[in-house]
Design a protein around this ligand. Structure first.
Ligand code: GDG
Length: 483
């Protein structure tokens, strides 16, 4: 029977070894959260890196590791520390990630890490070839694996390959600065279908294909030799039901069933009934605009001092890529900013910022989403941003205000939220004031529209749309070849 093969850098679980025992921890992050719902439902195999390097894996545990992964429908690609450094921390996160998010000054162009990126992409392609048949459908994910489609196509000319990019595709003017721009485009063009979150990313990609490779592009079809490659946008949704039901279940908990976090949040709400909680949840990443948000919060409190002792900003920053120097610097900057702002503004009964630098269990995430009055998400650039969608899905009584950066892909579908430019502190301060004072009926009207949309365009629909489009494209391609 034909299978769907999901392939991404990380698997749905990350393995850890402690005292000779293997444990599997759910992966955090947009791709993992979204695709997990798709993977758990069907007949699919997920191929990726386990999170353990060869050096960290004692040989005698190999089969246990394989078994642990098999329980999650997964199979591993083995990587050495040198490969992880060059491929993941190097080319993927010091070259592509900053460039595709318009942080040109952070982007490093190093030939050695490019070579490792190529060889690791070949390893992933080989793992696909070893684990699949001709009639399987292959779905490759994200910027770490952009060469894989062509590498697989070379060996299996007729197999169906889809590729989805979870981050923005930058404008031609930015993309053209990459020394390996043509190789990356050719790698992607091994696919039958290339998907992006938004129409803008799709347009940027087509423009680069036209201008750098000189290929014929008609509407959103690319003609390459005897193949037609389709490019389209598929805005990724969330597992709406999972978030909505978790929130409903939360609302029914009695005191003894509540988490410690929830009890603390409740105590603070009860002691200052008109207080408002602002929430932001992001991986600790410079693209998410966390430092700017902190500065904007200080600006807001200076402009509207009446909210001192009334508002509290809860920041959950999830550790990410801590081996990359930019992330270490950012961590230091945020630690210092939180310390300075809290130091300057705190009173005996009020700490303006609660800062958590960790990953929290799903349950605590729901505590935060359901308790906080205002979600304030200000990425400087973000492929989609699922946190914005998750916040709305948990608002079972439809109250709550979402303030969202225009630079997030999700802003395209969330017009009923309060959209802001993350660089405009004046606008942000006024929007926070507006959010605090927004009448409940208005909140409910806005969220009701948003919820309906999110429920309809959920992650399952996203995956089905992508897969159906891939299968149709394959059919069209066959017709084209046989002309
Ligand atoms: C990339 C793109 C695109 C966060 N903290 C915790 C936790 N999370 C979960 C959230 C959410 C996910 O991680 C984060 O998703 P985002 O979409 O906001 O951001 P990225 O990780 O940067 O994802 C992004 C996405 O891919 C999908 O294509 O939207 O633009 O950058 O689901 O709930 N989960 C748990 N504990 C935490 O502390 N359990």
């Amino acid at each position: 029977m034909a299978k769907t093969i999901i392939i991404s850098n990380r698997l749905p679980v990350q393995l850890q070894i402690s005292n000779g025992t293997i444990s599997a921890i759910p992966s955090v992050g947009g791709l993992a959260t979204g695709m997990k719902s798709v993977h758990s439902g069907g007949d699919s195999l997920w191929i990726g890196w386990s999170g353990l390097t060869d050096e960290e894996t004692p040989e005698e545990l190999e089969s246990q590791i394989d078994n642990a992964l098999a329980e999650h429908g997964s199979s591993k690609v083995k990587l050495t520390q040198k490969e992880v450094d060059g491929f993941y921390y190097g080319f993927s996160n010091r070259t592509v990630w900053p460039l595709f998010h318009y942080f040109l000054e952070y982007s490093e162009f190093e030939w050695e890490s490019w070579e490792i990126y190529k060889s690791v992409n070949q390893k992933f392609a080989d793992a696909i070839l070893d684990n699949t048949n001709n009639d399987d459908v292959i779905w490759v994910h994200d910027y770490q694996l952009m060469l894989v489609p062509q590498m697989v196509r070379e060996k299996r000319p007729n197999v169906s390959i889809g590729f989805f990019l979870h981050i923005p595709f930058p404008s031609f003017e930015i993309f053209r600065t990459l020394p390996w721009r043509k190789e990356i485009l050719s790698g992607l063009l091994g696919s039958d279908l290339i998907g992006f979150h938004t129409y803008d990313y799709e347009r940027h990609f087509l423009s680069s294909v036209r201008r750098l490779l000189g290929l014929e592009v008609s509407f959103n079809d690319i003609y390459l030799d005897d193949r037609v490659i389709k490019v389209d946008s598929f805005p990724m949704g969330i597992d709406y039901k999972k978030f909505n039901e978790a929130a409903m279940e939360h609302a029914q908990r009695d005191e003894s069933q509540k988490s410690e976090l929830q009890k603390r949040l409740d105590t603070h709400k009860e002691s200052t009934p008109d207080a408002k909680f602002f929430l932001s949840i992001d991986r600790l990443d410079y693209t998410k605009g966390i430092a700017k948000r902190l500065n904007a919060f200080e600006y807001f409190l200076n402009k509207y001092p009446q909210y001192k002792e009334k508002v509290r900003l809860i920041i959950l920053a999830v550790p990410s890529r801590s081996n990359v120097p930019q992330y270490q610097l950012l961590k230091k900057e945020i630690d210092e900013l939180v310390g300075r702002i809290n130091g300057e503004l705190s009173t005996v009964s009020w700490t303006p910022i609660w800062y958590f630098y960790r990953s929290m269990p799903f349950d605590n995430l729901i505590d935060l989403y359901t308790t906080c009055d205002i979600a304030w998400l200000t990425p400087i650039r973000d492929g989609m941003n699922l946190v914005a969608k998750e916040y709305i899905a948990t608002r079972t009584d439809k109250t709550g205000v979402l303030i969202l950066s225009e630079m997030a892909g999700s802003a395209n579908e969330m017009n009923e939220s309060l959209l802001i430019n993350p660089n405009n502190f004046e606008q942000i301060a006024d929007t926070l004031d507006r959010a605090i004072n927004m009448p409940q009926e208005e909140q409910q009207q806005r969220n009701s529209v948003l919820q309906k949309r999110l429920e309809r365009y959920n992650v399952e629909k996203w995956a089905n749309d992508f897969m159906n489009s891939l299968l149709n494209q394959k059919e069209k391609d066959r017709t084209y070849i046989s002309r």
